[in-house]
Write a protein that binds this ligand. Structure first.
Ligand code: NAD
Ligand code: 0WE
Length: 256
């Protein structure tokens, strides 16, 4: 039997076919889960509609800017109405104002700090609070993070600080939701060529650096985030919560 057969999931963070959220959604779907998708705004609706449509008409599609409490409430009300319950949630959402990822970290404005933390870290708490009452048989919440949370990656700047907050929030949420059998974990992915990485100065060199220095001597493939996402969502991971799993070809273990 498929590992996610009979499970209901919701996916935040699909922008296009290269999105990490789409790689994990495809794997969840292949493992038997029925999914709802949210999109950030009208600009992305058509993209997500077309991708989600490949799973058939029973897929739910809902707008959700994660900085908007009213939209978050509406999403979980609609999920309750259509699915009746929820087992899985993927958080694959991050944003910091472009200028904060370019200059010196010392120049980080109060507003860029606020926005980065609201979109990229606080949203995990808000979405978990919305999902928890629907996770009546327990559940698995998975969030995407990056190594810049723990070591300095030049130019990642305030996003690294927001990812550190996301990872710490994962631990506090795991403690809060553990008694309800809801698990909360992060996947720390190696660099991926997605929309969020587009236009980052030196990104191609970063991919080459990983190829040269990661123990496995290559970069991560999207399907490998899918298989890890499916494992964390499955009952096989029933005793794993509050963790950061590195899916980075081993890069994180290196000291030099
Ligand atoms: P992506 O651009 O495909 O996905 C980012 C998503 O965030 C988009 O779908 C966008 O619509 C959404 N988003 C931004 N602001 C939002 C808001 N206010 N409300 C709702 N949604 C909003 O890029 P990706 O690389 O797939 O990024 C997904 C996640 O993976 C992010 O958390 C990112 O930090 C993380 N990650 C990416 C990499 C990488 O190298 N690409 C590596 C490790 C972790
Ligand atoms: O989490 C990310 C990127 C998230 C991101 C991307 C953008 C680009 C467009 C957040 N906010 C914005 N704002 C924009 O205006 N990654 C893990 C990918 C990434 O981004 C980097 C990296 C890596 C890796 C930025 C600098 C250095 C390395």
């Amino acid at each position: 039997m498929s590992s996610l057969a009979g499970k209901f999931g919701i996916v935040f963070g699909v922008a296009n076919k290269r999105s990490i959220a789409w790689a994990i959604a495809q794997a969840w779907h292949a493992a038997g889960a029925r999914l709802a998708f949210t999109y950030q705004g009208d600009r992305l609706k058509e993209n997500v509609e077309e991708l989600a449509g490949t799973f058939g008409a029973e897929t739910l599609l809902l707008p959700c800017d994660v900085t908007r409490d009213d939209q978050i409430d509406a999403v979980f009300a609609a999920v309750k109405q259509s699915f009746g319950r929820l087992d899985l949630l993927l958080h694959s959402v991050a944003f910091a104002p472009r200028e904060a990822l370019e200059g010196d970290f010392l120049s980080t404005s109060r507003e860029a700090f606020r926005v980065a933390h609201d979109v990229s870290a606080y949203s995990l708490i808000a979405l978990s609070r919305g999902a928890a009452p629907l996770m009546t048989a327990g559940g698995s919440i998975v969030a995407m993070t990056y190594y810049g949370a723990e070591k300095v990656i030049p130019h990642y700047n305030v996003m690294g600080v927001a990812k550190a907050s996301l990872e710490a929030s994962t631990r506090y949420l795991a403690h809060s939701l553990g008694p309800k059998k809801i698990r909360v974990n992060c996947i720390s992915a190696g660099p991926m060529n997605t929309l969020a990485a587009r236009g980052i100065a030196g990104f191609t060199d970063m991919l080459k650096h990983y190829e040269a220095h990661a123990p496995l001597k290559r970069n991560v493939m999207p399907e490998e985030l899918g298989t890890t996402g499916t494992f964390l969502a499955s009952d096989g991971a029933a005793a794993i919560t509050g963790q950061v799993l590195y899916v980075d070809c081993g890069y994180q273990i290196m000291g030099m």
